[in-house]
Design a protein around this ligand. Structure first.
Ligand SMILES: NC(=O)c1ccc[n+]([C@@H]2O[C@H](COP(=O)([O-])OP(=O)(O)OC[C@H]3O[C@@H](n4cnc5c(N)ncnc54)[C@H](O)[C@@H]3O)[C@@H](O)[C@H]2O)c1
Length: 265
């Protein structure tokens, strides 16, 4: 995919998945404004990738910071072609979460991306550009003990359709991608850094037999931004190795559960 001369703004860019998206854009020839609150990792990423990647230290929950981000992007790059709303906070008190925790989580995970869409809409329309919002399998299925994160992710899928309908007349396409378990800081922590263990534990949920990589997600983000997806808007693309095609029976019939050796039956 040739993204020469295009400019992408990617939030949550410093961590593993976000940085994979940044790398994919840079490899395709784009220039990237990598947005994050994590200064050391953001600066290290920009230093590694060179002139095509500029790190912007920015708290996306601040409107002033977002205004400054967009103004600086247009001043230095002259255009914005793509916006990828990827930043997240995972803290989730579930049933016990206080109102302040709810609002703080929704602020980063849902509202800040919406504000960034509002603030970049004119620039994106000028380029007939694209937006990709990050969903999750977590926004599609019930999960005990969680509330804030899945509610935000489910809302993102709906918001994507509303943004797509609103911006279609201006030529801006808006889509989402919904990863399954993806090798990331959080997953690496849970697996004690053991990728093979993560693949083994994740296999029953991911029929393709492993957890995802950041680049699996990044390639689909790039596709959705590219001209190859020029007639695609308001869509969600699962990048989950088959996780969301399964029901609670994990793809095995009742017979397969009663007689495990007969899993196909
Ligand atoms: N990792 C997975 O298994 C998985 C699965 C499904 C979906 N996702 C989605 O992928 C995206 C990335 O997830 P991840 O696992 O890499 O998360 P992560 O926590 O590793 O990274 C999130 C990044 O967002 C940044 N961030 C947080 N608050 C911010 C703020 N206020 N302003 C600017 N930046 C901020 C963090 O500093 C961090 O670099 C998220 O949208 C997540 O919902 C991840």
């Amino acid at each position: 995919m040739n993204m020469q001369d295009k400019v992408a703004v990617v939030t949550g860019a410093a961590a593993m998945l976000g940085s994979a998206i940044v790398r994919a854009f840079v490899q395709a020839g784009a220039r990237v404004i990598a947005v994050d609150i994590d200064l050391p990792r953001g600066q290290a990423l920009a230093a590694e990738l060179g002139a095509r990647c500029r790190f912007a230290a920015c708290d996306i929950a601040s409107d002033d910071a977002l205004d400054a981000l967009v103004a600086e992007a247009l001043r230095t790059e002259g255009r914005i072609d793509f916006l990828v709303n990827n930043a997240v906070v995972y803290g989730d008190g579930g049933l016990d979460a206080a109102r302040g925790e709810w609002l703080a989580a929704l602020n980063v995970n849902l509202v800040s991306g919406a504000m960034l869409v509002q603030k970049t809409a004119d620039a994106l329309a000028a380029q007939r550009g694209g937006i990709v919002n990050m969903g999750s399998v977590g926004g599609k299925f019930g999960a005990a003990g969680r509330a804030l994160y899945p509610a935000a992710k489910a809302a993102i899928l709906q918001l994507t359709r509303n943004q797509a309908a609103t911006l279609a007349p201006r030529g801006v396409r808006v889509n989402s991608v919904s990863p399954g378990w993806t090798w990331s800081d959080a997953l690496s922590r849970m697996a004690g850094g053991d990728r093979a263990l993560a693949d083994r534990v994740g296999t029953p949920m991911h029929p393709l037999g492993r957890v995802g990589d950041g680049d699996d997600v990044a390639q689909v983000v790039l596709f959705l931004c590219s001209d190859a997806a020029r007639f695609v808007t308001g869509a969600d693309i699962p990048v989950d190795g088959g996780y969301s095609m399964l029901g609670p029976d994990q793809g095995r019939s009742a017979g397969g559960w009663f007689a495990p050796q007969d899993a196909g039956g």
